[in-house]
Design a protein around this ligand. Sequence first.
Ligand SMILES: [Zn+2]
Length: 243
Amino acid sequence: MSRQLTSLLTIAAVCVTVASAPAQAAAKPAEKSAPVDCAKVKCIALTFDDGPGKYAGTLLDTLKKYDAKATFFLEGQYAKSRPQYVKRMVAEGHELGNHSYSHPDFTKLEPGAIRNEIQKTQDAVKKAAGVEPKLLRPPYGLADLQVSDIADEYGMPIILWTAGSEDWASKNVEAIKKKTLEVAKPNGIILMHDWVKQTVDAMPAIVKSLQAKGYHLVTVSDVIKNEGLEAGDVFPLPAGWEN
Ligand SMILES: [Zn+2]
C-alpha cells in the first residue's frame, strides 16, 4: 500500500464542506447508455449505508426507472437477512461495498475483531449474490492506521464521502432533497441511508433533479477511477490525514 497515512490519530470523517459546483453553461441531458467516463462528463455517486434496508426494493425500482446507478455499503447482518436485495443490486448494475457485519466502531476493536467483521460481510454478500465487495467504508467513517492496514490486507480502499444528505438526522423528504442537491458536485460521493424511508421517498425527485442538471448517476468506482487509489488508501482524505 502507499504509505498515505502517517498519523495514528483517529479522525472522524466529518462531512467536508464543499463549495457549490461551478455553474454549467448548459446542462447536458444524462445519457442512457453506459459506460460513463467521469473525466469527460459530470458524474455523481450516491451511496447508501447500513443496508440492505427494508425499503431497498422501492429504491431499486426508482434507480431502475431512471437508469441510475448507486453504491451500497452493506452491513453483513442485513445482507444475510435480505439476500434478495443484494442479488438485485448486483443484477441491476449497482456497486457493493463492505460496511462491517454489525456496525461497531473499528477504531475500538482488536485487529482480529475487525477482520472478523469484514470477512463475515464478504461471506454474506458472496452467498447472496456471488460477488465480494471491493470497497470498505468503516462504520461512522472512522478509521485509523490499523483499519487502513487491514483494508490493505483485503485489497480494499477505504471510501468515505464528500458530503452527507443528513437524511438520518432530518428524516424529512423536502430537507433530504434540498440538502442533497445543495451538496451535489461533480465527482461527489454522497452519504445516504436506505433504511430512512424519507430518503427512499425523496429519491425520484432527487434523481430527476440531478439528471436535469446534467449529472450521470454512477458508482463509486466510476468516480474514483482516475484517483489512483491503492488498497488501504482513504478517499476522500479527511482533514488531518497528511500525505
Ligand atoms: Zn453506517
